[in-house]
Design a protein around this ligand. Sequence first.
Ligand SMILES: Nc1ncnc2c1ncn2[C@@H]1O[C@H](COP(=O)(O)OP(=O)(O)OP(=O)(O)O)[C@@H](O)[C@H]1O
Length: 753
Amino acid sequence: MGGGQKSYSLHPHDYKLLEEVGYGASAVVYRAIYLPSNEVVAVKCLDLDRCSSNLPAWLYHGFYLGDLEGMQHGCLDQESIQDDIRREAQTMRLIDHPNVIRAYCSFVVDQNLWVVMPFMAEGSCLHLMKVAYPEGFEESAIGSILKETLKALEYLHGHGHIHRDVKAGNILLDGDGLVKLADFGVSACMFDRGDRQRSRNTFVGTPCWMAPEVLQPGSGYDFKADIWSFGITALELAHGHAPFSKYPPMKVLLMTLQNAPPGLDYDRDKRFSKSFKEMVAMCLVKDQTKRPTVEKLLKHSFFKHTKPPELSVKKLFADLPPLWNRVKDLQRKDAAQLALKRMPSAEQEAISQSEYQRGVSAWNFNIEDLKAQASLVQDDDEIQEIREEDERMKLVANHQDASNSKSTLGKSILTNEIVCSEQVSAEEVPPAECLRKKGKLLETDLVESVNQWKIGQENNGSKTELLPSTSEKEVVQAKCRMPAGKSRQTLSGPLMPGIILGHSTSERGRNLERYDTDNQPPAEKIHNDIRRAPSFSGPLMLPNRASANSLSAPIKSSGGFRDSLEDKKANLVQIKGRFSVTSENVDLVKDIPLCTVPRRSSQVSPLRKSASMGDWVFESKQTPISQTPKESGNSIAPASVLMPYLQNLLKQTSIQQDLIVNLLNCLQPADVIDASQNGRLPPLSRSSENNGTVESMVSERERLLLIKISELQARMINLTDELNAEKLKHIQMQHQLNAAAGQEDVDRREGDA
Ligand SMILES: Nc1ncnc2c1ncn2[C@@H]1O[C@H](COP(=O)(O)OP(=O)(O)OP(=O)(O)O)[C@@H](O)[C@H]1O
């Protein structure tokens, strides 16, 4: 390794910094000229103030921290830490492999650490995708990039290093298509003991790419963690984004631990070969011992016929402007976006959003913050989670209470809701999505439906069994799509029909949704961003320079989430901190999702087809059920005025009656029996006709039922919250335990010495 390498000056004035070509968590990267030899280099300027909060990770794992002469930074005055840095610096200098980027040298300038390295003229793969390939690269290019990355990993693993941050943002390309793995900010050495050994029991990396064993404290991990990240990177290159990248960090963490591993779908990812899919599947096995080594992967048939990168990779940027112009363009876009956001908290939100999306490495988890985030965003994400899982057709029911898994549970709701999009197959949109489209509904309905849906999926095996007739399907779907401006504000999540359709066919649609805004004029983009702000599924909200780097989700507390959620909460009645009901004019009866109601043949549909959208919308003329004649005119209206109202009321009542029957079917039988025995619910005798006497009984039953339902939902939410809190506590405690064990180890060694 190494040897005979050219030496570089440690004086900043020997370097002429030119354009900015990239940004990381705490660094800006410049194209620069090394004046003594007129050579183009890259200088990564690390703001030590900014990275001080992450410094422990840097200090313990930073390969780039080379020559530290004159380093006065307050964070660095611990002797043992400096020893570590020096040791790492030595290792870094020894690195010499065509696919691993090395630091020529590094030195301190004011509060910055400058790291001089080869300039990679095309930037990172992530950057390239963001600029020109939002849906990912073609397979031949992916094959070449991955093979070169594997060679880099082979070298690193062979020398005892785990990279721990393999991702498209850290795979750099030069003008000839040469591929180099970069960023050893969080790498760890397998041969170390003590402090550094302990580091392999810490959370390090970028959540979406982190292997389950890395996220699972105490389990320990090794080189195989890089294989998992490599598999995720393969998916990232194939789709333009990593799986789960749109979710908040804590959600990513839980999904990685609990869900089936992501992968290329055999049906939907048709453009990719079988061997590519197999190779990815081999990497993304949860049991680390079953993942292949780099050597074994290199022998996989997928890599047998990969083209040299000069052929397959170089052409990717043939028609693109120089890197710095691309970066500038992105920055302009992001700056415009930021400037147009006039909310007082916009800047703060934008920054935290961008940090979130950037894929910052080496975050230290702040469990309390994350817990708060997770509890606030749970409902929204629950739906997203289902969608994501379902898109891969690898649904795993994570419902904690197996006793809920009764085959009859929620069947009628499922039957109605599962068809809320005609272009979406039953398994593509969960019932909650359908519920959500109605806008004003109990969030608990949503969660419960999602869970029931999961169970239904599991229990029923074939999802298509649940589909009702086409006519039913159309009406339910139409209802589900009712666009309501208000509901868009009060409930987060992608409500636009385009988004529903975007999910309808493949990842492709999703990618389009994700990246559409990048190609829009700033004003339009901002409009969309604002609309989507409460959702984590949205495309890039990268309002600052961070956009040049990564779309991933770092572990970081984010005021942004909270801000948007605070807005949301302003309109919400929060019950036990988690589920919510719109507080404005809440009317439990009126606000029950209509999409749970089956079509009645005699019913006049309140829906019409929109010519422009080809989508169903509600007739605004429809008399609102809550509006009484008194409200309308404050006097007794003539029969001609009252009649339509009464007819409408009658129809609505019958819809509600059906709804109640459906909801009743969803209750656990035990609860229903219990309630009936206590005399709390009058026996339900369903009648197809409505009259005055029945009506009053029905409304009483409705009221009691709704109370019962709310209680059950509140209970379920509480339990889920408690479970999540316990899980987080567990993780935190394990962390503390590890830290304590490590400290003991150090003390013992010091005692021995
Ligand atoms: N040698 C280089 N030549 C050209 N561009 C580079 C080089 N190194 C980095 N970049 C660009 O700068 C971006 C940020 O760099 P880098 O990933 O090293 O920063 P970081 O702070 O370690 O980021 P993170 O922690 O988020 O991974 C890269 O994604 C890439 O686009």
